[in-house]
Design a protein around this ligand. Sequence first.
Ligand SMILES: C[S@@+](CC[C@H](N)C(=O)[O-])C[C@H]1O[C@@H](n2cnc3c(N)ncnc32)[C@H](O)[C@@H]1O
Length: 396
Amino acid sequence: MSNHNLKLDMANLELAKQYLVSAFLSLEPSDCLISFERKCGCGFISKDVQEFIWTYCINNSDYNYYAPYLKNLLKKLIKEVESSGGNVLDEFYERYADYMASLTEDAPANGSSWIVKRVSFLFNDVPSHWGQMQMVVPLQCSLNMLQGDTGCALWPSSLFLSEFILSYPEVFTKKSCFEVGSGVGLLGVCLNHVKASQVILTDGDASSLENLKLNLEMNKIENLDVSLDKSDCSLCTVQCIPLSWESAEESELWQFQPDIVLGAGVLGNPSCLPHLVKVLLILLTRRKPISSKPNSNRDTDRKEDCSDVDSTESSKAKLESSNLKSLLEQMATGPVALIASVIRNIDTFNCFRKLCSQNNLDIRDITRSIWPFNLLPYMDSYRRSDVHLFLQSYSK
Ligand SMILES: C[S@@+](CC[C@H](N)C(=O)[O-])C[C@H]1O[C@@H](n2cnc3c(N)ncnc32)[C@H](O)[C@@H]1O
């Protein structure tokens, strides 16, 4: 084998190991882990690979892992190694026997329905994060997707919008950002990371907001838990505020006047949409000048849509940079909203569109024109192609 090919193989092996540990930390399904384990061992879960998994995943004392998840993973791992005629590490059998004795088949440990997912954003080759390999965000989530009015689970739209924020930090740095329906708070962590000047996180569900606060603390982000009428923009960079769209008052929202409004996975319930649109309208009707000028080049050609462009890498890159400039230019003229959503029901989405148009809110699908980097390549459970990103602004 040539030196070049050897280097390539070593690099692929390191990548497979990075994906394996990242998938493990974010509690990806065990089948996904088994496939990375096979890649690490060139198709076979060798003794070396098993020792790697033992040291960096299963027996890593840095984290308190969710025992039923480990039990299930060990079961599949043992089965996989045995069925390929390999020798299973003794430690795997012993740990599995411990779980057999301590955990019943279906009951989660301690009867708890909470888990901590550690989402690793991988920055391999991402220009905005040269020198930084990854960012790991621990988030307490519920196993019950509907808990806290769906706000205690992690949804694909917020993964997509997080990738967007981290891919294009220049859009958010020094901007005041206001999120509706923040849920577990992943966007807040990312906005804080890219140094937004102000991050207001809101949710209508009290238990989701409690959990969101805990997640900020877990990420060592100083935050204030305040009510809408007590909020003070000069107090703290990150604030958590209860905000139900139904009861939101214009006079209370007026004080924020953010540069960017964000919403992920908030278009699901048709009965909430008129209230959500009312909130967006108030927030997008700016009365004060933007907080900082974007680094935009006004000579750049504007391109609104990439549908008619050839797909070579360099033209895609040029187009994305011109679309990004176009977005920054638009932000200089007034606030915008970035809404990420999986369109599960087209009627509900059309209802949202109609409400926006009735309220003079422009809405444009920018998913294909400013595509974020794939920072979660190991996450098989996240289908990023399902998510749409919409840019909204008030048309005067
Ligand atoms: C599907 S979850 C999305 C959570 C998070 N943005 C994510 O993508 O992971 C919808 C969020 O919107 C919040 N929400 C739903 N209806 C609401 C309403 N009428 N007023 C305020 N928040 C609401 C829920 O509490 C929940 O946190």
